[in-house]
Design a protein around this ligand. Sequence first.
Ligand code: AHR
Length: 327
Amino acid sequence: MLKRISALFLVGATALTMAGCGSSDGSGGSGGSGDGKITMGFAQVGAESGWRTANTKSVQESAKEAGVTLKFSDAQQKQENQIKAIRSYIQQKVDVIAFSPVVESGWDTVLKEAKNANIPVILTDRSVDSKDTSLYKTFLGSDFVEEGRKAGKWLVDEYKDGTDTVNVVELQGTTGSAPANDRKAGFQEVVSADPKFKIIASQSGDFTRAKGKEVMEAFLKSNPKIDVLFAHNDDMGLGAIEAIEGAGKVPGKDIKIVTIDAVHDGMQALADGKINYIVECSPLLGTQLMDLAKKVVKGEQVPARVVTEETAFTQEQAKQALPTRKY
Ligand code: AHR
């Protein structure tokens, strides 16, 4: 009862603290732990990419199916907004908090606040670099280092017969984010084994199409010979395609492109021959997240790490997969 009153009281407070971020509450919201119903506070990164849109849809639909009341906030790619959202969920005494950290560092204080309030936290999609792993119950998401390695292996295979230098430009994801750090590391680990691969420029495009286009335009101006683009996600790759076409070059031929995600628009560009290879990163984490949430709220043991299963696509495979692709 007390919990219900404080939740009602804090709806107003939340609206204030969340000003500037997109925020919406699910209906009902018993929030009580005794009645078997679960309220989850979910602090999403933003709406920066097709991947993110699909991930949000997956979380919202899965919560509905699982009977979980979802309090959802969109941090617009700002860590301070995510921290505010998490604090408001702590104040509202939700049963479980899930979030996809925009960057890896700087979470210990707010995670300790959740722990002190006895609210379990699940990391989803991206991880944090906290040394104290007791601050969260589990991390559900992709192996980003492996994704970078897969992109690197495609490159090595594509140029296995040549000895000429291959000039590579890299569009990194959001600076300081786990996928940007890990994909870069995995890619570098593989391509650095052969000195013919030269990463001649590498800059953040913040995982957005607009920034991908802008940075690629700058790369094209300052580098007369670019052979390959490695973009940390499809959206930046799609923005870069516009820049490449704008410079009178043919994407997929004059400049080969490898990206990560395999969202619908990326797969279409792959099928159309404008991208050469895509490493999959699945955004469909909702069902697994709800299952884990139910377990941690009941106090059951869950694995510390749950890795998403993923594949990769060539142009031919994209043509076959597109008609039944879910996102
Ligand atoms: O954290 C997953 C990454 O975030 C996706 O690859 C990218 O598209 C998104 O913005």
